[in-house]
Design a protein around this ligand. Sequence first.
Ligand code: GAL
Length: 384
Amino acid sequence: MKKILLLTLVVALMVTMLFIGTSCKEDKTTAEAEEVTETAEEAEEEVAEETTAAGELIGVTMPTKSLQRWNQDGDNMKKQLEAKGYTVDLQYAENDVNVQLGQLENQITMGCKALVIASIDGSALSEVLSKAVDEGIQSIAYDRLIMETEDVDYYTSFDNFKVGVLQGTYIEEALGLADGDGPYNIELVAGSPDDNNATLFFNGAMSIVQPYIDSGQLVVVSGQTDFLTIATPAWKSETAQARMDNLITANYAGDTELDVVLCPNDSTAIGVIAALDNVGYGSADKPYPVITGQDCDIANVLAMIDGKQSMSVFKDTRTLAAKAVEMVDAIIKGGEVPVNDTSTYDNGVKIVPSFLCVPVFANADNYKEILIDSGYYTEDQLTK
Ligand code: GAL
């Protein structure tokens, strides 16, 4: 009897072990199976994504090739969109509004599924964008807000007001204005009047600088302070240079020294530097004034290394392009379009939902870290 009992017990034990073993195995396999499924699903999704993106045509229009950064913006965007499976029609319009309108018309006719537009004149696109809407095409304003139309869907840029604040704060600190230093002589330069950003840069900078003009610590010897007088159509270096030539001749002959020039971007700064070079600034008795800038163009970074330009606001075009690509992808796939500002950017007809990236500044002390270590430029590109 005992033997039979023992035998049964052993058999029961073996059966249980067998059962447990199998179910553990089963659990493990289930988990593995689940994982595989997941990966398969992901892969399927990816394939689905690829197929969804595969070949979808995206229109990208940039203002000009003659200003360095737009070449980087266009290249980055094209590369990143193609990496996601899109086909890209990338166009440059050499700052000619009619050429840009023609390019947009073509992109609509060609069947682009979305448009990314860095406008030349933000107020000139209402008609062509209404045609895009008729075709069910959504558009993203890139870097510069598109004005006076209901038919722009999203906007991505850097915080443009903050760009100006960075420039104004740099002047404040460089001259010790907060400590009451001064008076210093300043001249003001603004950007292109057809570019909504130009007003935001100027307002941002003046939010810091104006109180010192009011207190007399900063003196605008030329008296030129209103936006349209100091604006630089199409951001042209030669226009900024010609204006600075006249300002110097009229106001800075003799001992009057120019201590600071508020320049909104690098193409205007390079024009101002050329004008100052022509009258001997940079010598021991005529040091370069504090000169601001934006975009960290190679020529201007070299000017900073040379001690001619003081700073330049850095806006990583890879970051901005990546945000625009994310927006395109969400539009095409019906996903959630990334926005982080739904109140600031009123284009005169509506508040355009926006994603703002954060600008920083570079100067002779930190450019290696900001521009070379980040891979934006190579050491060679910044060596004369
Ligand atoms: C502005 C842009 C600046 C500068 C300027 C001239 O709209 O935000 O970064 O590049 O145009 O191109």
